[in-house]
Write a protein that binds this ligand. Sequence first.
Ligand code: IPM
Ligand code: MG
Length: 374
Amino acid sequence: MHALTIALLPGDGIGPEVVAEGVRVIRAVAERWDHAIEFREGLIGGCALDARGTPLPPETLELCRAADAVLLGAVGGPRWDNPDARQRPEQGLLGLRRELQVYANLRPVTVHPSLAAASPLRAERLEGVDFVVVRELTGGIYFGDKRREQVPGGERAVDECVYTTVEIERVTRVAAQLARTRRRKLTSVDKANVLETSRLWRSTVTRVLREEFPDVALDHLLVDACAMQLLRDPRSFDVIVTENMFGDILTDEASMLAGSLGVLPSASLGDDNAAQDGERPRVRRGLYEPIHGSAPDIAGRGIANPIGTILSVALMLRHSFGLEQEARAVEQAVAATIDEGFVTTDIAPAGARSYSTVEVGRAIAAALANAVSA
Ligand code: IPM
Ligand code: MG
């Protein structure tokens, strides 16, 4: 059997610690279900800047292009935070997303019942919360022209926000298709009362839904109202589709529903042009990363929460490799481990014992080894 190859990009800060636990879980899955999986490791972000003078070395990009999926930890840290620096670690991540053309970033938000207490919101608002934010990932203000100019009295800084019809259509299709597998409700989030890109966004989403997904209910929300609604009635959402920067901000907010930024995974997907080739399983290339950052304040202390990365592995099994049963087993192992109280300090109940990154990873891998076939 042809082995699946996974590119590992641990990156900076807590990235290497959480990716190590993701790898532990992949090995447990490979063992339990008899899959051949190979790993190749590369540099990205600040560590790549230090070692190679660029946050996205060409060999890293090559590695990712050749792999079936990419598992990434986090990039950045205070060491590289000089505002005058020509190159920043984050450019490595943005460049990778863009080069791989993974334009649809899926960020599922569910609330595990025993973590409701870790959320600043009241538990009764959180019961049954289950939605996915589909964030456009390779366009918008992140990738528009940036410049500085001298003007009387100081400088002028410009970040252009650009969207094309095609960019909006393709991410809308991913979101609407996802809604079809769920409760068939899509909320498109924009700022159409102010921004021209948002007006194109709104009319394009409306047309794609009318022409191609008449069975999916569509509504539109302004981003400020959405920020409020996420706290007031998070259960009302099924699938949210939004542009790059709004999705970045709303998903950090939404992570507070789940109790911690450390538990949320993400999958970044491009076009589904995977071809079936003989003995090889069908593969859709994707980039998988927890939504949290490099958390330099806790890096190296062994207390980072590996769950965001491990749930990203579940998304990889599902979306890139089509291994639904294995994906569910990982999600169930995570839930069981949380129920048993094997959690890191960010989500441990007040006064309860907390466990290290490695202990949590081992507990989840052990739960998998015992998982029975569904
Ligand atoms: C995220 C992060 C990144 C982003 C940063 C690190 C560039 O916040 O993945 O949400 O803004 O996309
Ligand atoms: Mg973010």
